[in-house]
Design a protein around this ligand. Sequence first.
Ligand code: GLN
Length: 402
Amino acid sequence: MLAHRSILVYIYMKPLSTRTSGFTDSIIRRMTRISNQYGAINLSQGFPDFDPPKEITNRLAEIAPHGPHQYAITWGAQNFREALAKKQRHFTGLDIDANKNIVVTCGSTEAMMATMMTIVNPGDKVAIFSPFYENYTADTILTGAEPIYIPLVPPTFEFDANLLEDAFRKGAKAMVLCNPSNPCGKVFTREELQTIADIIIKYDGYVITDEVYEHIVYAPHQHVYISTLPGMWERTVSCSSLSKTYSITGWRLGYVIAPENIIDRVKKVHDFLTVGAAAPLMEAATIGLSFQDSYYHELQAHYTHMKQLFCDGLRQFGLDFTDPQGAYYVLLDVTKYGVKNDLHFCEWLAEHVGVGAVPGSCFFREDVHHLIRFHFAKRDDTLKAALDRLSELEQKAKTYKG
Ligand code: GLN
C-alpha cells in the first residue's frame, strides 16, 4: 500500500535533470559486475590483479597507526606535489612548480571533470576522437557542452586533420586527447601531435589530455607530451594518475598539471567537487613518485611481456585484433561469430566462455558492433587461464545466437 502511494507521488513530481536523462551506467564498469556474476576471468574493466610495488604498500602499513588521517591541503599534500613536480619535470623537461602548476584529484576521472568545468561553458563544443573512453562524453554533457567526434580510422587509427580543423571552425573550444589511447592502443607520433598543436594554436583552443598510460608504451613507440610542443604549455591541461603507473587503481590518486592561471581555477572547482584526495594514500604513494628510472623500465618490460603472452595466444586462435602501441587493451574482431549486438555477445561470453570483455560499441561514435575489448594487465596464470577458456570460443560460438 505504502509502495503504491510512493509510485504515484513519483509520477507527479518534477522530472530529474534533463542533462543526465540520457545517461546509462558505464558499460565498462557494468561488465565487471557481469563478470563477477558469472565467475568469469575479468578482462573487461582495465585494472591489474598483481600487487603494487612493495615500497608503497609497506609505507601504507607504516603510516597506518599515526596517519595522516585528516584532510590534506585541498589541492594535495605538499610533499606529494613536490615529488610529483620533480618526476614530471624529469619526464617532460618542463618547469613544473609544485605550488603553481598541480592539483591532486580523486583519480584522473575527477581531474578531467574539474578541467572540463574550468574550461568549458554550457553550449560550447568539445572535439573528441572516436573511439574514446566513455567518460569524455559524460564529462562534456555534465558541463552542458556538446561533443563533436573525429574518427580515428582503423586499422592504423589515423585521423583526418581537416575533420579536426572543421570541428574548431565550427566553434570547438577544446579537445580531449587520450595518448596513449584507450581503447585502440594508438600512440600519437610527434608529427601528429604537431598537426593537432597547429590547429589548436590557429583557433585559440585548449587541449585536455588523458595521459594515464604515459609509462605503458611498447618499443619502438615513444610517448610525447603534447604540452612540450612549442606554444602548447599555455594551452594544455594535462590529466593523469598514479593508477596505472603504480598499479593502484583503487587508491583514486590523479592530478591536473597546467599553467598557473588555469590551475588557480581548477583548484577552486576541485575544492568544491571533492575537497581532496585521500591523505594517507597520498602519503604512502609519495615514495613511488621518487622511484628511479629503472622502475619505469621494468614496468615497460613487464607490460611488453604481458602483451606478448596475450597477443601470441590470440594469434594461435586465428583471431584478428589490434596490436597496441601503448596502453593495455586489444580490440578483437568478432564478425565471424555473427555478432549483431556486441553487448549481448559480451554477456554470452562471460556466461558461457567465462571471460569478461567490454563491447566495442561503447567506445565508438560510429556504428561499430563487431569489436570487443580485452585488457591484459593480469598475472601470467590469469592470462593463461583466460586463453585456455578462449581456446573453446570457436567451438562454443557455434551455439551463439546473435
Ligand atoms: N580505464 C579503465 C578502462 O577503460 C577503467 C577506468 C575506470 O573504470 N575508472 O577499463
